[in-house]
Ligand binder design. Structure first.
Ligand SMILES: Cc1cc2nc3c(=O)[nH]c(=O)nc-3n(C[C@H](O)[C@H](O)[C@H](O)COP(=O)(O)OP(=O)(O)OC[C@H]3O[C@@H](n4cnc5c(N)ncnc54)[C@H](O)[C@@H]3O)c2cc1C
Length: 441
């Protein structure tokens, strides 16, 4: 047995971790209580098997690529970082990227990850044509919108619970360059931030970073980053069409003592960040895709900043109607508490594609908290606000929500459960997350 955790390093639990080298060996490795694991970037317990965890990042081969259409067939363990570095210089990028590029294609499908373009272009699953799935029953089937479509839409956003994704056919986006035309808008409070996001519905990419240490008049003050793919004409004559992808430069070498994060350090960081960003507001800048999409990737192991006990990310989505008052309430409680994350992220989302996909039309807010004190009770309080507003929490970030919160947020759960049961009548595929939220007890 090995101690395993997600990116938040909470919870840390025992699981038997195997790394098979062939698809046949994957099949042989499956026992009751197995789940697939990609690159372990889900924050909580989604990628930890109830009994056994199958590491998939060794399956990292590209099977075929058509440069005329951008269609690609690849194994599920390929990291988006490698796709970007390999196909970016040839003029193709993934349509959807989350806030880190160190996720696998299998993990991106299982969480139906959203990027800064969800409001207009949907999630990762929208660009997937078909999936080779090894079910809990031991069958290997191809699932797509046309063939085994129930299994397809349950697998997109299904957190690995329909089986193990072995291979994927999907589309990449043609681009002229690897640069982004960025415009920064500074918003002095939450109303201004939401107005700015609303007004930028036509922007391909948009995201707001909120200073969640301030209250009162400043509550919700934010920097909004809008982006479009730059074309060759946007670049200086001598600029390379594709920027160099840097590996993380800095690393956090040790678990910092949890007292490093306190009201004073968080306020100071946020103040500095807001002031520096506000200075860039207004104009257009051409920036590399790497800092634009993946600002946190430049510091390796940044999850250690939160100390040995780990941290929790709370990511909710609130339907558009009524979002303003709930978000204001949450941010006020968080600022009053004082130990919230350095920065919160606010984004607009559109409709999700998978049966259990997290997005719904509305606003998503993501906050990080160190695991200490009464944080679990505090987050239960926030959950009640989310549920009352018709919202839900993101399973890829979750380590602690209750069944009641989960069931209230995902009305299509019974349909998902029926499809899962048909694919896996004996309940072979199980994670710590599924034991907590899905499985019969
Ligand atoms: C810094 C950071 C920023 C992030 N930003 C975003 C964001 O902007 N948007 C967003 O949507 N998410 C975001 N995430 C979450 C992340 O994109 C998802 O958790 C993603 O699923 C992680 O992929 P992974 O390969 O690491 O999968 P893992 O964490 O290993 O697994 C995640 C889920 O996918 C399943 N899975 C993995 N591989 C397979 C497979 N081959 N077959 C079947 N199931 C599989 C697992 O069982 C598990 O349920 C962020 C995470 C971090 C750490």
């Amino acid at each position: 047995m090995t101690l395993v955790s997600g990116w938040g390093r909470f919870p840390v639990v025992d699981s038997d971790v195997l790394r098979p080298r062939s698809f046949e060996a994957v099949g042989e490795a499956v026992v009751t209580g197995t789940i697939a694991r990609g690159n372990g970037r889900a924050y909580g317990d989604a990628a930890i098997g109830a009994v056994r965890t199958i590491g998939m990042t060794g399956f990292d081969r590209v099977r075929s690529f058509d440069p005329a259409t951008g269609r690609i067939r690849l194994e599920a363990g390929v990291l988006l970082a490698d796709l970007i570095d390999t196909f970016g210089p040839r003029g193709f990028l993934p349509f959807v990227v989350p806030g880190t590029r160190f996720v696998s294609v299998g993990g991106a499908i299982a969480a139906d990850v959203h990027g800064k373009n969800h409001h207009c272009e949907g999630g990762f699953g929208r660009y997937v044509d078909s999936i080779l799935l090894r079910t809990g029953q031991g069958e290997t089937i191809e699932v797509s919108r046309e063939e085994n479509s129930d299994a397809f839409f349950a697998t997109v956003g299904g957190m690995g619970l329909t089986g193990i994704i072995l291979e994927v056919s999907m589309r990449l986006r043609p681009v002229q360059t690897g640069w982004i035309r960025e415009r920064v808008v500074s918003a002095s409070d939450l109303d201004a931030a939401m107005r700015a996001l609303e007004a930028s519905d036509a922007a391909t990419y948009s995201v707001a970073w909120i200073d969640c240490a301030v209250r009162g008049r400043d509550l919700g003050r934010s920097l909004i980053y809008l982006g479009e793919h730059a074309v060759k004409g946007d670049l200086a004559d001598d600029a390379a069409a594709f920027p160099a992808g840097k590996n993380p430069g800095l690393a956090v070498p040790i678990d910092l003592p949890s007292m490093t994060l306190n009201r004073t350090s968080i306020r100071a960081f946020n103040e500095l960040y807001y002031r520096m960003g506000a200075r860039r507001a207004g104009g257009n800048h051409v920036v590399s895709l790497y800092p634009y999409f993946f600002p946190l990737d430049s510091i390796a192991d940044w999850n250690r900043i939160y100390g040995r006990r780990g941290f929790l990310q709370h990511q909710c989505v609130i339907p558009e109607n009524g979002a303003r008052s709930v978000l204001g309430d949450i941010l006020d409680r968080v600022a009053t508490r004082g130990d919230a994350s350095f920065l919160a992220v606010l984004k607009k989302l559109g409709q999700g594609d998978g049966i259990l996909s997290f997005p719904l039309p509305g606003y998503t807010l993501a906050l990080d908290f160190p695991v200490r004190g009464d944080i679990l009770n505090f987050l239960d309080e926030i959950d009640r606000l989310v549920v009352a507003a018709g919202g839900r929490l993101y399973l890829a970030k979750d380590a602690r929500q209750s069944r009641a919160t989960f069931e209230a947020g995902y009305p299509a759960l019974s349909r998902f459960n029926a499809i899962r049961k048909a694919l896996d009548p004996n309940g072979t595929i199980r994670s710590k997350l599924s034991q907590r939220l899905f499985d019969e007890v």
